[in-house]
Every structure is written in C-alpha cells, then in structure tokens.
Design a binder for this molecule. Structure first.
Ligand code: 9Z3
Length: 344
C-alpha cells in the first residue's frame, strides 16, 4: 500500500551490516556430498514431494512448456531437535515470489521451493504485516464483505492472473524450513528436473545459510539456560557449497542462475565473478542487501551489466523483477539453442 508511515523493524542498520570480505569456502566435492547426505536423515515427507514434482514435470513436459525451479526465502539452522531456538536470516522471499510471477507471465511452469510462511506469488500482494488483506476489505450496507472500491482495479488484475495459474496447474509449491530440508529437497528436484535437460532453468534466489549444526551435535531437547555457566556458545560448521554438485552432477545440462548477496559494494563484482569461476555455471546475479530492490548486476563469463530501476519506475512501484526475468529468459533461450547444437 502506498503512503505507509509505519516503522519497519526489519530494515537493517546499513552502517553495522556484516562485511563478508573473507575468502569463500571451497566448492563441495563428491565426497562432501556423499558425507552430507549419508550422515543426515532425509526429511520424512520427501517421497510425497518426489511424486508431486515428477507428475508436475511430466504434465508440462508433454505440453513442451519450459520449467523453472525458483528457490525463495531464508533457511533456518535449528539449535535443538525439539526446536525452540534457531538461527535465521532476513530474507522474506520477495525476490523469489515476485520473480515466479514474471516467469509465469512469460509462459513457464514454476516449481516454487520456498521457506514455509514466506511470501508466495500473487498472495504476496495482500499478505504479511505490510499489506494486511483486511485493509482491502470493507463492509457493505447489507452486511456483506466487499473489496474497497479504490482497490478493485488493482485486485482484479492479480486475481485473474492467480486464477489462470491455478486453473492451468502452472505453479507447484514446495516448502522447506531448515537448511537441511532445503538441501535434500533441492537435490531431489534437481535430479527430477534434469530429465528435461536444457528446458529446465534453476533460479536460486533463496538466502541459504552458510553455516549449520551437524545433526550429530543437535541436542534433542531445549538447551537449559544454566548450562555452560549461563552462556550459549554456538559452534557451527560450514554448509558444503552444493552449487558445484548441482552444476556438475545433479542437473548438468540445465541453465543455472545463482544470486550473490553482499553488503559491501566494493566486493560484489569480485565475489560474483569468483562464484561463476568456481561453479562454472551460466549467470550470477549480484545484489546488495541495501539496494536489492532497485538494482542488480548480471555477471556472466565475459560481461557485467547493471540492471537498474529509474527513479520514475521506483516511484511508480515497478518491480525490478519485471526487468530481470525477460533478460534471464533470453539467456535461457540462447542456452537451449547452444545445447541443442551440441546435441544435448
Ligand atoms: C539473493 O541474493 C536474493 O536476491 C535475496 C532476496 C535473498 C537478497 P528477499 O527475499 O531478498 O527479497 O528479501 N539470494 C541469494 C543469497 C545467497 O545466499 N547466495 C549465496 C551466496 O551469496 C550463493 S547461492 O553465497
């Protein structure tokens, strides 16, 4: 809603945001993958997700529709099995949910691997505390609930798009909460999507934790406040960098777009290029925590190019994803042609 004068506590103090000017962890090797997936139990619901994803892919592949996996939202790192406390991050899923809408508008089917209760395509316009749906409602004279006249025009557009997507089975919602669930589900979906080769696109916008607590060290019950002299000392391991396994093994023919998040503008391009070289995929979209809604940088092997909203576009409430997605789709088209020439 425009004219929002409320305080927003989730907006970080940019002066004190963390600077990650440190060398990256090395890419995960097959042995790291084996160890992780051997030493951790898969989520119990995975076979249900596997069936739903396979059915969805089959349905759209028969209709020659391209499929994108959009990942979205932050991952949690539980500190206890019966989880009272966990480590989390800032991501609300705006990038992922908004991007999914533009992929759908451009004819893609979308598998939306998202943090449960984060923003969803379409409902994001009227959910969570900034856009409470009740603010859009009014009571008519005969006691019926109606949409406020001033929002009718805007809401009918969103409603029609949402219904079209529902009626044509174009969107599959797959949730995760922990980084562990995210990794198992990502691997599963990637392997299923690899069947359609170059027609599959991976758009990895989720903010995945860099650190985790191996399950062998997670206590079953709530940590007591009097343990360890009243202090809580958290000793986390680095999450293996699974992007290398996605590119090299899980879905080697598909196009992969990853995001790079930094808070220090002077290292964003260097880090994005570093990720591209390390994982050897097609595109890194760099963004800064502070300006991510207005500008991003496309980094490929031989180019870097900023995509920015003009001040007029910002004022008009244009989503930067409406500029990002058509460009990604063009690159996907070229990638498909290239792969076909190679006989893949
Ligand atoms: C992003 O950079 C996303 O654009 C944001 C979107 C998380 C900033 P919001 O959900 O934010 O709209 O509030 N995602 C990727 C971040 C990430 O974890 N990247 C890894 C890294 O930087 C590489 S896969 O190391």
């Amino acid at each position: 809603m425009s004219g929002d004068k409320r305080v927003h506590t989730s907006v970080p103090d940019t002066e004190t945001a963390i600077d990650r000017n440190l060398p990256e962890f090395p890419a995960a090797k097959p042995i790291d993958e084996d160890n992780y997936f051997r030493l951790h139990k898969p989520p119990p619901y995975l076979s249900q997700i596997s069936r739903d994803v396979a059915e969805f892919i089959n349905y759209h592949h028969l209709q020659k529709r391209k499929i994108v996996l959009v990942t979205s939202g932050g991952t949690t790192v539980p500190l206890e099995n019966n989880t009272v406390r966990f480590i989390d991050n800032f991501s609300a899923g705006t990038r992922g949910a908004t991007s999914a809408e533009y992929f759908l508008e451009n004819g893609y089917a979308v598998v939306f691997l998202h943090r449960e209760f984060s923003l969803l395509p379409y409902s994001r316009h009227y959910s969570h505390t900034t856009n409470c749906f009740l603010d859009y409602m009014t009571e008519s004279e005969d006691g019926k609930v109606e949409v406020n006249a001033e929002f009718q025009k805007e809401m009918i557009v969103v409603l029609r798009k949402y219904r079209h997507v529902q009626n044509n089975n174009l969107l599959l919602l797959v949730p995760f909460t922990t980084v562990h669930q995210y990794l198992f589900t990502l691997k599963l979906i990637a392997q299923e999507l690899s069947v359609i080769g170059s027609d599959a696109l991976f758009y990895l916008a989720a903010a995945v934790s860099d650190f985790f607590l191996p399950s062998s060290r997670v206590p079953e019950h709530k940590i007591q406040s009097q343990e360890s002299g009243g202090k809580l000392v958290v000793d986390l391991e680095p999450v293996p960098k699974f992007l290398s396994r996605l590119v090299d093994s899980w879905a080697p023919i598909s196009m992969i777009v990853s995001f790079k998040l930094e808070t220090d503008s002077s290292i964003l391009i260097k880090k994005s290029k570093g990720a591209l070289e390390r994982y050897n995929h097609q595109l890194v979209i760099g963004n800064l925590l502070q300006t991510r809604k207005h500008e991003v940088v496309f980094v490929t092997k031989d180019s870097e190019r900023w995509v920015r909203l003009s001040q007029d576009q910002v004022d008009a409430g244009i989503d930067i994803e409406s500029l990002i997605i058509p460009e990604v789709i063009e690159l996907h088209k070229s990638s498909i042609e290239e792969k076909k020439k190679m006989g893949l």
